[in-house]
Ligand binder design. Structure first.
Ligand SMILES: [Fe+2]
Length: 299
């Protein structure tokens, strides 16, 4: 129990901000805390919707073939809206949410202001329980995991995510949050299969991956799978439960902080990519951590 309480105080940093654009509420150590794998939690930072936007909170608005509605900010491309009449409204909501997130970054993480890349965001309308019931264990995000994607190798690039609970019925988004990344890596690295450059080349040729998987991507994906398939770790691994109420937001590096979505419905999510070299402390990245432990270059 003491161990779990310790994880609690170590893994969540709370901020008083209640305005996306106000230049107050910044904590100078935010970037360091975030890069250590902590979650920056803003219990008073909601994203209020007007009446017209509230009407978009309907799972039937998501294309049945997709999990969420997603918006590529740079390309102005929206995917997954089942009703084309509603598309302009959804697009406006996601564009505005991106602008709000950018303003928040300027205040809380000013060092990242000019180096975050490739903004994409999503409107998540399904209850967590719905896709959990339909998924295989590998896709089940209610199992503790770090984000790594089978078809999209990212060569160590960081995945920064901002989340906002927009549930209109008072329902919390509930996460489990796991141990610090270095501890996680020490636990799983001995159990991971070796990297095969030939297999990586072949998977690319067969269009299983968009670019060849690097040694780093191989390890991250293996770790993602091993964590999710390890029932003992899921049950007994070091973890805390954190509730994110409606009207709150939180930020984390989802490639570093073990997380599991347990319940909730209706969320906005903004993703940015960040090069390791553009971090305040690149040594805290999963890439450098894995390089240190394995004593290999991995890229
Ligand atoms: Fe995830």
């Amino acid at each position: 129990m003491a161990e779990k309480n310790q994880l609690d105080t170590q893994s969540i940093i709370t901020f008083p901000n209640d305005d996306w654009r106000a230049k107050t509420g910044a904590i100078s150590s935010a970037v360091e805390e975030l890069e250590q794998g902590k979650i920056l939690f803003f219990p008073h930072l909601g994203y209020p919707l007007n009446t017209q936007q509230q009407s978009l909170l309907d799972p039937a608005l998501v294309d049945p073939k997709r999990k969420n509605i997603s918006y590529d900010v740079g390309r102005h491309q929206i995917k997954g809206v089942a009703n084309s009449e509603k598309e302009p409204q959804v697009r406006k909501l996601l564009e505005d949410y991106y602008q709000a997130c950018s303003a928040l970054i300027d205040t809380v993480l000013p060092e990242y202001q000019s180096v975050l890349r490739r903004p994409v965001n999503s409107l998540r309308l399904h209850p967590v329980s719905e896709w959990r019931n339909k998924s295989s264990w590998r896709k089940d995000d209610s199992r503790l995991h770090v984000d790594a994607f089978p078809s999209r190798p990212n060569y160590g690039e960081r995945i920064l995510r901002i989340f906002t609970n927009i549930n209109p019925h008072g329902e919390d988004r509930v996460w489990r949050i796991g141990e610090p990344f270095p501890q996680l890596a020490e636990r799983y690295l001995p159990k991971l299969a070796g990297f095969s450059p030939f297999k990586s080349w072949l998977q690319h040729k067969l269009h299983i991956t968009k670019t060849p998987r690097s040694h780093y991507d191989h390890l991250m994906l293996q770790m993602h799978d091993k964590m999710k398939s390890d029932d003992n770790y899921q049950k007994n691994g070091q973890q805390i439960t954190q509730r994110f109420p409606p009207g709150s937001s939180w930020i984390c590096f989802s490639d570093q902080t073990p997380h599991a979505a347990m319940s909730g419905q209706f969320m906005l999510e903004q993703t940015f990519l960040l090069s390791v070299k553009d971090m305040h402390n690149p040594d805290a990245s999963p890439l450098r951590t894995l390089q240190r432990i394995t004593n290999k270059r991995l890229l």
